[in-house]
Design a protein around this ligand. Structure first.
Ligand SMILES: NC(=O)C1=CN([C@@H]2O[C@H](COP(=O)(O)OP(=O)(O)OC[C@H]3O[C@@H](n4cnc5c(N)ncnc54)[C@H](OP(=O)(O)O)[C@@H]3O)[C@@H](O)[C@H]2O)[C@@H](O)CC1
Ligand SMILES: Nc1ncnc2c1ncn2[C@@H]1O[C@H](COP(=O)(O)OP(=O)(O)O)[C@@H](O)[C@H]1O
Ligand SMILES: [K+]
Length: 490
């Protein structure tokens, strides 16, 4: 499991650890790891010796880390120039170390710092770290832009400056890095868009914070293969189709029978023993998947299921509304997606005794919360938590980083690491509903079903897109599910 802690927790752990280690030790650990990562990055170009390194230096310890790392690179023969954005407040020890190693320090008033950045092989972004508030200040903006436009490798120190460490929001200008070297633990902003997009590849440097973080719940978790393998419902000798779970799918309409086919396609390959389909798309479903158990009539007359999926392609007529109400009145877990989300009654969801999973994209989440879509996209973490709290349900917010929040406060939000933008294709959300519903029917808790569902879905899309990447259609994602399972279990 990859985890990320809030700034408050990081600060508390740092204080506890600092009391036990010599002064400055943590910064030296950070700088050593940072310099090694930079040397590595330069190694793939011309190497450290004679490389042109520019250190963008702010007023705090983030700049201190960058200056000490610059000193280490200077000792190995790099030409290192620190551009001091707040000369009076630049980290004294770091500055002295850089100068002693043969590096120099300048200010944007003395030199054309933008030109320096343009000529650099590597730019270290030590403007601001976890002490930052808001976007970059005006003086730093041209330098960040120059770094992006140059052919230099841009390495962010702890965080890309200008992004919010706790929320993943980017309110204003921010550095765009090729790589972020972060210390002690991941910060939520490194894993959640839009901030995560600014971070590039992530490297975590161990500075010994682990024991002081243990015992505090992280803000975010990202499942990895081993975690998912332990949660996948694998049949054993005692299993039969009913014990593996039956998932009911209420999806599709005369107008959109394809949504039914795609949701069933996901459900059939995600672990339940059988799939029941209820709705007007039965013919299309059976033509594609003869193993589906179809029925006409209301969902509650369809026979026993262990979980329902309701909503994809359902439309919003009276039949659709009745189907949503019927399913929500059941005492088994229910996943509500797409059109189903428009037909929801918040109080009905809140009063359910079995689990409910809501799977909106940003636009649907915005409608459920009564805010603008752009606000949801800008502050995904905040809105997925609000959605879960408001509906007393597990919320899975789809998009560039898919997030899963539980209604209980204090439970870490799960962020899906397997997503790929090849998934941005019509109908792929229907497949995700089927997968996640199937996992619910197989007995996974709502939060696990949603996060394992998103993981399998993203991985299947990657498998389908292939190592180089190529367009995939939603049914390709469903067809690639067995490959993703095998990859996780091997
Ligand atoms: N935690 C750990 O275990 C370890 C942490 N370590 C390192 O320390 C870093 C945190 O250092 P920190 O506390 O000195 O804060 P930091 O981010 O340098 O900001 C300082 C000042 O910047 C300013 N400022 C604010 N917003 C701004 C903006 N948008 N744009 C520009 N400037 C802005 C504001 O000062 P002001 O100018 O307002 O006086 C603020 O006070 C951390 O990220 C990591 O790199 C490691 O050494 C090892 C162990
Ligand atoms: N830029 C992106 N990067 C990664 N995944 C994405 C991106 N855009 C969309 N997705 C994923 O694609 C799926 C689209 O689902 P949805 O919006 O419901 O579409 P549809 O209704 O057409 O099925 C979701 O799983 C979502 O997380
Ligand atoms: K930084």
């Amino acid at each position: 499991m990859r985890v990320a802690y809030s700034v408050e927790t990081v600060r508390a752990a740092e204080r506890a650890l600092m009391a036990r280690v010599p002064e400055g030790a943590l910064m030296q650990r950070a700088a050593a790891g940072l310099a090694a990562a930079c040397a590595n990055a330069l190694g793939t170009g011309g190497g450290v010796y004679a490389a042109r390194v520019v250190v963008l230096t702010g007023s705090g310890d983030n700049g201190g880390d960058a200056l000490y790392a610059g000193a280490r690179l200077a000792r190995r023969g790099a030409g290192v120039t620190a551009v001091l954005l707040a000369p009076q407040k630049a980290h004294r020890g770091g500055l002295a170390a850089l100068r002693a190693a043969g590096g120099r320090a300048v200010t944007p008033e003395d030199v054309d710092a933008v030109a320096l950045v343009h000529r650099a092989d590597l730019v270290l972004d030590g403007i601001v770290g976890i002490g930052g508030k808001g976007g970059l200040r005006p003086g730093a903006v041209p330098l960040a832009e120059a770094a992006r436009a140059s052919r230099a490798v841009v390495v962010a120190v702890d965080l890309p400056s200008g992004v919010d460490a706790d929320t993943g929001e980017v309110r204003g200008a921010a550095v765009r890095a090729d790589m972020t070297v972060t210390f002690g633990t991941y910060k939520p902003g490194l894993l959640v868009d839009p901030a995560a997009e600014h971070a590039g590849a992530l490297r975590l440097v161990d500075i010994g914070l682990g024991p002081d973080l243990d015992g505090t719940p992280p803000a975010l978790e990202a499942l990895q293969h081993a975690d998912v393998a332990a949660l996948l419902p694998v049949p054993d000798a005692e299993s039969d189709k009913y014990r593996r779970g039956v998932v009911g799918v209420v999806a599709g309409s005369e107008r959109y029978p394809g949504a039914a086919v795609l949701a069933v396609a996901g459900a059939l390959r995600a672990g339940a023993g059988a799939v029941r389909y209820v709705g007007p798309g039965a013919q299309a479903v059976l033509a594609r998947f003869p193993e589906t158990l179809v029925s006409a009539g209301p969902p509650h007359k369809a026979g026993r299921v262990q979980a329902w999926v309701v909503g994809p392609g359902l439309g919003d007529g009276p039949e659709a509304r009745r189907a949503v109400d019927d399913v929500l009145a059941s005492d088994v877990p229910v996943l509500v997606d797409a059109d189903g989300l428009r037909l929801l009654d918040r109080d009905v969801v809140r009063s359910r005794t079995a689990g409910t999973v809501l799977t909106p994209h940003a636009g649907e989440a915005a409608a459920l919360l009564g805010v603008a879509r752009e606000e949801v996209e800008a502050a995904r973490l905040d809105h997925v938590r609000r959605l879960a709290g408001a509906f007393g349900a597990t919320a899975l917010l789809k998009g560039s980083t898919t997030l899963v929040a539980s209604p209980e406060p204090g439970v870490p939000v799960r962020v899906n690491p397997t997503g790929t933008s090849w998934l941005a294709t019509a109908g792929s959300g229907d497949v995700l509903s089927g997968i996640t519903g199937s996992l619910l029917a197989a007995g996974l808790a709502p939060r696990d079903a949603a996060s394992v569902g998103a993981y399998l879905h993203g991985l299947s899309a990657r498998v389908a897109a292939g190592p180089v990447g190529a367009p995939v259609a939603a049914h390709d994602v469903a067809a690639a599910l067995p490959g993703a399972w095998r990859d996780i279990r091997s």
